[in-house]
Design a protein around this ligand. Structure first.
Ligand code: DC
Length: 221
């Protein structure tokens, strides 16, 4: 069996990368993996167990028990922890405010990166993975690496529209998460040297998708 084509999409939250990644996978009949949902699901699991997240030793001891099962079907995105569907709770404020701290722990990253690679290796034709460290760490040999971004105001507006919240509140939480994700010691959010930067601040979603489909056509053909 030939290796699946791997497209790595990284970028900060609210950049539109999830929507783009899912749309591309849907169009091509490929698998899709939202790695952020895995860090969120891990955070949910630890919180559900009542593990104090400021105790790295307790977090590291409990984490291997988490059976994180993300969907790879772009038509039905979501994630289970064991048999529990946590797709909704992982988007709530409790998980969102704690996930950066959990995702900064090297042992957690090692566990989830291993799982991400294993899922990618099982994809049939191709897979689009999206996150913060896909091109740099998880899939350094991806055939196409994209870094999708937008200015913070545009990202806050998009997120606010998605979850029906105040832009100012979202802007603050996006800023804090950007800071935490970009400055952590292990695999900070960074642009892989061979990634193509796409700034979507003044682009419509359809334009971004068209552009990415063209780039994929170039590697494919
Ligand atoms: O994309 P998101 O907002 O659902 O990501 C949730 C958190 O997980 C965010 O704080 C960054 C972190 N994350 C990460 O560290 N590495 C990834 N590959 C994906 C997400």
């Amino acid at each position: 069996m030939s290796e699946p084509i791997v497209v790595a999409i990284d970028g900060p939250s609210g950049s539109g990368k999830s929507t783009v990644a899912r749309a591309i996978a849907k169009d091509l009949g490929w698998s899709y993996l939202d790695t952020g949902s895995m860090y969120r699901a891990m955070t949910w699991y630890l919180q559900d167990l009542g593990i104090p997240l400021n105790s790295v030793a307790e977090v590291v001891a409990a984490a291997p028990g988490a059976e994180i099962r993300p969907s790879t079907d772009p038509l039905i995105p979501g994630v289970h922890v064991g048999d529990t569907d946590v797709s909704d709770p992982i988007r709530g404020a409790e998980v969102t405010s704690a996930v950066s701290a959990v995702s900064a722990i090297p042992e957690i990253r090692a566990q989830l990166v291993e799982l991400q690679r294993s899922i990618a290796s099982q994809a049939r034709n191709g897979i689009v993975l999206e996150g913060r460290d896909i091109g740099s760490v998880v899939m350094p040999k991806a055939q196409l690496k994209l870094f999708i971004t937008a200015d913070p105001q545009a990202r806050a507006q998009r997120r606010a529209a998605e979850i029906d919240a105040e832009v100012s509140q979202i802007q603050e939480s996006i800023f804090q998460r950007d800071q935490a994700d970009s400055t952590r010691a292990t695999s900070p959010l960074e642009i892989a040297p061979d990634a193509i930067l796409i700034d979507t601040t003044d682009m419509q979603l359809a334009e971004v998708i068209d552009h990415v489909m063209q780039l994929i056509g170039d590697i494919d053909g």
